[in-house]
Ligand binder design. Structure first.
Ligand SMILES: [Zn+2]
Length: 88
Protein backbone atom coordinates (compact mmCIF):
# COMPACT_ATOMS: atom_id res chain seq x y z
CA UNK A 1 0.00 0.00 0.00
CA UNK A 2 2.92 2.29 0.61
CA UNK A 3 3.54 4.82 -2.14
CA UNK A 4 0.41 3.67 -3.94
CA UNK A 5 -0.61 7.22 -4.67
CA UNK A 6 2.57 7.72 -6.60
CA UNK A 7 1.91 4.76 -8.84
CA UNK A 8 -1.72 5.69 -9.38
CA UNK A 9 -1.53 9.44 -9.59
CA UNK A 10 1.96 10.71 -10.01
CA UNK A 11 2.46 9.67 -13.60
CA UNK A 12 -1.07 10.08 -14.88
CA UNK A 13 -0.93 10.40 -18.64
CA UNK A 14 -3.79 12.85 -18.92
CA UNK A 15 -5.64 15.50 -16.95
CA UNK A 16 -8.72 13.93 -15.36
CA UNK A 17 -10.62 17.19 -15.77
CA UNK A 18 -10.03 18.29 -19.37
CA UNK A 19 -8.26 15.20 -20.78
CA UNK A 20 -5.23 17.18 -21.91
CA UNK A 21 -2.41 14.68 -22.26
CA UNK A 22 0.40 14.99 -19.75
CA UNK A 23 3.96 14.07 -20.57
CA UNK A 24 6.23 12.88 -17.81
CA UNK A 25 7.91 16.26 -17.52
CA UNK A 26 4.69 18.29 -17.68
CA UNK A 27 3.77 19.81 -14.35
CA UNK A 28 0.53 18.57 -12.84
CA UNK A 29 -1.19 18.95 -9.47
CA UNK A 30 -3.86 17.18 -7.43
CA UNK A 31 -7.40 18.53 -7.13
CA UNK A 32 -8.50 19.35 -3.60
CA UNK A 33 -12.01 18.27 -4.58
CA UNK A 34 -11.41 14.72 -5.74
CA UNK A 35 -7.65 14.06 -5.31
CA UNK A 36 -7.27 13.42 -9.01
CA UNK A 37 -4.31 14.70 -11.04
CA UNK A 38 -5.19 17.71 -13.14
CA UNK A 39 -3.23 20.09 -15.36
CA UNK A 40 -2.10 23.48 -14.12
CA UNK A 41 -4.74 25.29 -16.22
CA UNK A 42 -7.50 23.27 -14.54
CA UNK A 43 -5.95 24.04 -11.16
CA UNK A 44 -6.18 27.74 -11.88
CA UNK A 45 -9.87 27.32 -12.68
CA UNK A 46 -10.35 25.27 -9.52
CA UNK A 47 -8.73 27.98 -7.41
CA UNK A 48 -11.31 30.45 -8.65
CA UNK A 49 -14.21 28.44 -7.25
CA UNK A 50 -15.84 30.32 -4.37
CA UNK A 51 -15.62 27.34 -2.02
CA UNK A 52 -11.96 26.60 -2.82
CA UNK A 53 -10.47 28.21 0.34
CA UNK A 54 -12.80 26.24 2.58
CA UNK A 55 -12.48 22.98 0.69
CA UNK A 56 -8.70 23.15 0.52
CA UNK A 57 -8.39 23.90 4.22
CA UNK A 58 -10.65 20.99 5.08
CA UNK A 59 -8.89 18.72 2.63
CA UNK A 60 -5.40 19.19 4.06
CA UNK A 61 -6.47 18.37 7.61
CA UNK A 62 -8.43 15.34 6.52
CA UNK A 63 -5.73 14.24 4.12
CA UNK A 64 -2.98 14.24 6.72
CA UNK A 65 -5.12 12.25 9.16
CA UNK A 66 -6.36 9.72 6.65
CA UNK A 67 -3.23 9.02 4.70
CA UNK A 68 -0.83 8.89 7.62
CA UNK A 69 -1.87 5.34 8.42
CA UNK A 70 -1.83 4.15 4.83
CA UNK A 71 1.13 5.75 3.21
CA UNK A 72 4.66 6.33 4.32
CA UNK A 73 4.69 9.87 3.02
CA UNK A 74 1.33 11.54 3.62
CA UNK A 75 2.93 14.96 3.42
CA UNK A 76 4.11 14.32 -0.09
CA UNK A 77 0.66 13.31 -1.21
CA UNK A 78 -1.26 15.99 0.63
CA UNK A 79 1.00 18.86 -0.34
CA UNK A 80 0.86 17.95 -4.01
CA UNK A 81 -2.63 19.45 -3.91
CA UNK A 82 -0.91 22.82 -3.59
CA UNK A 83 2.46 22.35 -5.21
CA UNK A 84 2.73 21.15 -8.76
CA UNK A 85 4.98 18.20 -9.53
CA UNK A 86 6.18 16.18 -12.46
CA UNK A 87 6.27 12.46 -13.10
CA UNK A 88 10.04 12.21 -13.34
ZN1 LIG B 1 -6.84 20.00 -17.38
Amino acid sequence: MAERWEEDLKCAIKCTRCSTSLKSDNERILSVYDHQPICMACKKAEEKRPDYPDVSKQMIGQCMAETEAMWSDPGGFCYHHFYGYTCS
